[in-house]
Design a protein around this ligand. Structure first.
Ligand code: PFF
Length: 452
């Protein structure tokens, strides 16, 4: 193992800060926009159960694997592999992670920009008196414009850049500690409203009562892919964040806490949305437009809907922001530590570059929607390559690295903080890391490529 001096680095300063930042990364558009709509499309309760199984059996071991790698090496995603396995090709998964981060943030910034436009629309009461067809028209009309979505994307990316420039303790930790409680309060208010609506129980049973006849093979694969995306796995985000964690933290406890928060918020988002959707007799399987078309419709029929609508889009924007900063940090940490750029320069450069890559993503919702290659737009390609290829492959390599290269001893040393803590779960973790997780991910990966 290399014995290079560990460079003096910024770090998280408190346990709460660590949890807030990592949970902030995990909880994002994935939880509040995507989880409810895919649950709607893939049949409700049975899908939720499969998702929970994926989280526990596959997600949690990878969270822990990323923590082990990052905290052991105290370096960025590429540098961590270089440090732990010098003179090998193991840095390649790190590079894939940085590439995936660039691609994901390019389109994530576009969708996050939409949430700001919708927040403004909610504040100016633009949904009042509109019927579902009008709302569909508003959404389609907005995303297909050239300048307006790009304007909001630039605003959102500037906010992300502003926080990341300020560093780990003064930027990311501070912002997460402020924004995550806001997010929690908003979601609890929205849940309380939703479950007290007449007819709410139908929505709750859609979410929690499994009907396995509705479960499809595709649904299972989507559930696993979403577990990855939702927990921010496979691209070194958690390697990067955990590299700023102190050697005293209990990695396993932190991993379990983060997983519970992420899954809990996704379920709370479902509880905020489905009872309302059912109470107003609306179709739950509306797809990606669920929160941008269906919900404004629901809110404008609901007593107090004006204020709840504002809160909902504020929630979405806040959740997106605490995730986007974690994605940008993967790229910035790499530039700073491997290419020796100044943090400010690295952050501005990468944010500008990623925003520009996002432009064609935004345009592919409108003027460039016909510009396709093999039936996919630029947006679809970035999403496909990152989510269906780089993330699963990255996750597989990360968990296999811990299972097979660091091995039981390397993992044990980090999980027990050099013998300070007990880790009775270690044999189970090693079994999942060596066999179960790589195998299951391999199946998803091949399916994602259409080979299985
Ligand atoms: N976990 C985030 C969400 O659910 O929206 C998205 C995400 C963040 C994916 C960071 C990947 C990542 F590295």
């Amino acid at each position: 193992m290399a014995t290079k001096e560990v460079v003096q680095r910024d770090s998280f300063t408190s346990k709460l800060g660590i949890i807030a930042a990592i949970a902030g990364s995990a909880v994002g558009l994935g939880n509040i926009w995507k989880f409810p709509y895919i649950t709607g499309v893939y049949g409700g309760g049975a899908f939720v159960i499969v998702y929970l199984i994926c989280i526990v059996l596959i997600g949690l071991p990878i969270v822990l694997s990323e923590f082990i790698i990052g905290r052991k090496a105290q370096r960025n995603a590429v540098g961590s592999f270089r440090f732990l396995a010098p003179r090998t090709y193991w840095y390649v998964p790190g590079l894939m992670g940085v590439t995936a981060a660039v691609m994901i943030l390019a389109f994530y910034g576009v969708v996050a920009g939409w949430t700001l436009e919708y927040l403004l629309k909610a504040i100016t009461n633009s949904f009042a008196g509109k019927n579902p067809a009008d709302l569909e028209g508003i959404f389609g009309g907005f995303i297909s414009q050239i300048a307006r979505p790009i304007f909001w994307q630039i605003i959102f990316m500037s906010l992300t850049c502003w926080i990341v420039v300020a560093g780990i303790k003064g930027g990311i930790e501070k912002a997460s500690k402020l924004l995550m409680p806001v997010l929690l309060v908003i979601i609890v208010i929205l849940d309380t409203r939703a479950i007290t609506l007449p007819g709410a129980s139908e929505g709750l049973s859609f979410l929690f009562k499994p009907d396995f006849s509705k479960l499809t093979a595709e649904g299972i694969l989507i559930a696993l892919g979403h577990a990855f995306f939702s927990l921010s796995l496979g691209m070194g985000t958690l390697i990067t964040y955990s590299s700023y964690m102190s050697k005293e933290e209990n990695l396993a406890t932190t991993a379990v806490q983060i997983t519970i928060v992420d899954t809990g918020i996704a379920l709370l988002a479902g509880i905020a949305i489905f009872p309302a959707v059912f109470a107003f007799g609306i179709e739950p399987g509306a797809g990606p437009g669920l929160v941008f078309i269906t919900l404004p419709n629901v809110f404008q029929q609901m007593p107090g809907g004006y204020i709840f609508c504002i809160l909902f889009f504020l929630l979405l924007a806040v959740a997106a922001l605490t995730s986007s900063i974690s994605i940008l940090e993967v790229v910035v940490a790499y530039f700073v530590e491997e290419l020796h750029l100044k943090r400010r320069t690295a952050t501005i450069m990468s944010a500008v570059g990623i925003t520009i890559i996002g432009f064609p993503c935004s345009l592919s919702m409108g003027v460039w929607s016909k510009v396709t290659f093999m039936d996919r737009t630029f947006f679809d390609w970035l999403d496909f390559i990152a989510s269906n290829i780089l993330l699963p492959l990255g996750g597989l390599l990360i968990v296999a690295f811990v299972g097979w290269i660091l091995g039981r001893e390397g993992a044990e040393q980090e999980l027990t903080n050099d013998g300070e803590l007990s880790a009775g779960y270690l044999p189970l973790f090693m079994f999942l890391a060596k066999f179960v997780a790589p195998l299951v991910i391999a199946v998803v990966f091949l399916h994602g490529l259409g080979l299985f």
